[in-house]
Design a protein around this ligand. Structure first.
Ligand code: HSE
Length: 399
């Protein structure tokens, strides 16, 4: 019998317990042994629950119980999650987490401890909710040089954008609904302003390129300044506006991670990824392109990924070496955002002639304003041009 503990009984933690007991028999079959939850850590009390006897408010009870060999951390936030996870790993207990902030800020430290103590720090649930993306990147696609990862990594903003554009729901109602459905972070600013997507692209970048990428090194712009007028103009030109998190390896071997609203052609399948769904497009030398798609947030989708990790930690008594990266003492391996190259959408007041940078494709003119697409250029040059034209909007296109 393998026993594990769940830290936190919020949206994700309660989902882990619910899904585990719903599918216990088949989970045990897949794990190859009997399993049970021994403790659930939470400061609140849940006397009405059938498993109320498993609750403890004392983390040390879990830490000092040698019968507990695996832990699911579902508390979120940096502290006390970091202290608790570090202590568990130091005792040789494997940890599975859904906590993006923890992995993005402290992943290198926790992975090193797991390696030293021959246990595992798993975080499949930290990126893309239910979508398997972490394991494919370091296992299934391990034979390739991965050159680019780009996609929709925040369910809340995708849900809000979809509700606003398709259902004409206003921003605050759409956000409230996302919160009610358990998609949003405790502080939804992290979703809306792009920090959540930033943490996820940091995790992907660190795993794919082997060095810890910290959120502070990544250019991040959320959706709060996206004007519905541009979404409408974009639609008329055959594009959807989505919050895209991406990382690319450049010719000089530096990497360029970024989070920003981007325009995606209706011919690209990602433009049709709506609601809480996430999609991650991975590019590599052997396989060309592979798309991962699924529910990116919510109670049971996230619990599914956490439990998958717990089952894996029960099956593996040794560290999974492929899932690791080095610490980084500086960010010189990260290129500045000024190098970001794309075609750009610009909206300007009606002008007598379009600039020579106009790419000659479709344009939209409406009510004294005109929107057009430029030739490919760096962010630095696009900014200069938009300043010269006093543009009201500047949005890159996803290639
Ligand atoms: N707030 C996050 C999102 C939860 O909306 O994607 C899943 O990480």
């Amino acid at each position: 019998m393998k026993k594990f503990a769940v830290l936190g009984h919020g949206v994700v933690g309660s989902g882990v317990v619910e899904l585990f007991y719903k599918n216990k028999k088949s989970i045990e079959k897949k794990a190859g042994c009997e399993m049970d939850i021994k403790y659930i850590l939470d400061l609140r009390e849940f006397p009405q629950l059938s498993y109320a006897d498993k609750f403890t408010k004392d983390f040390n009870v879990i830490l000092n119980d040698n019968e507990v060999t695996a832990v699911a951390e579902c508390m979120g936030g940096l502290e006390p999650a970091f202290t608790f996870v570090k202590a568990c790993l130091e005792k040789g207990k494997s940890v599975s987490t859904s906590n993006k902030e923890l992995v993005a800020e402290k992943g290198d430290i926790l992975l090193a401890i797991a390696k030293e103590k021959n246990c595992n720090f798993f975080f499949e649930a930290s990126v893309g909710g239910a979508i398997p993306i972490i394991r494919p990147l370091h296992k299934c696609l391990a034979a390739n040089e991965i050159t680019e990862v780009a996609g929709i990594l925040n369910g809340t903003t995708n849900f809000i954008l979809t509700k606003m554009y398709n259902d004409k729901m206003d921003f605050s109602c759409a956000l409230k609904l996302a919160q009610e459905l358990g998609y949003a972070e405790k502080d939804p600013t992290a979703d809306v302003e792009g920090q959540d997507a930033c943490r996820k692209i940091c995790i992907i970048s660190s795993l794919v390129f082997g060095k810890h990428v910290y959120p502070k090194s990544v250019y991040t712009k959320g959706i709060s300044k996206v004007d519905l007028k541009d979404v409408d103009f974009a639609n008329k030109m055959g594009y959807a506006v989505k919050l895209i998190a991406s990382v690319k390896k450049l010719d000089n071997d530096k990497i360029l991670p970024a989070v920003m609203p981007m325009m995606i052609s209706f011919e690209n399948i990602i433009s049709h990824v709506d609601d809480v769904f996430n999609a991650v497009l991975v590019t590599g030398d052997g396989f060309d392109k592979t798309l991962f798609y699924g529910r990116g947030a919510g109670k049971l989708p996230t619990a599914s990924a956490v439990l998958g990790d717990v089952i894996d930690s029960v099956k593996h008594d040794i560290t999974v070496f492929s899932q690791s990266w080095e610490s980084s003492s500086d960010d010189t391996f990260i290129a500045p955002i000024s190098c970001f190259t794309a075609k750009w959408y610009m909206r300007v007041s009606a002008i007598s002639s379009l600039p020579k940078e106009y790419d000659g494709s479709k344009l939209v003119a409406d009510n004294g304003e005109i929107s057009f697409i430029t030739n490919e250029m760096t962010y630095e040059n696009a900014l200069k041009l938009s300043e010269k034209l006093s543009a009201s909007a500047l949005i890159p296109l996803l290639a």
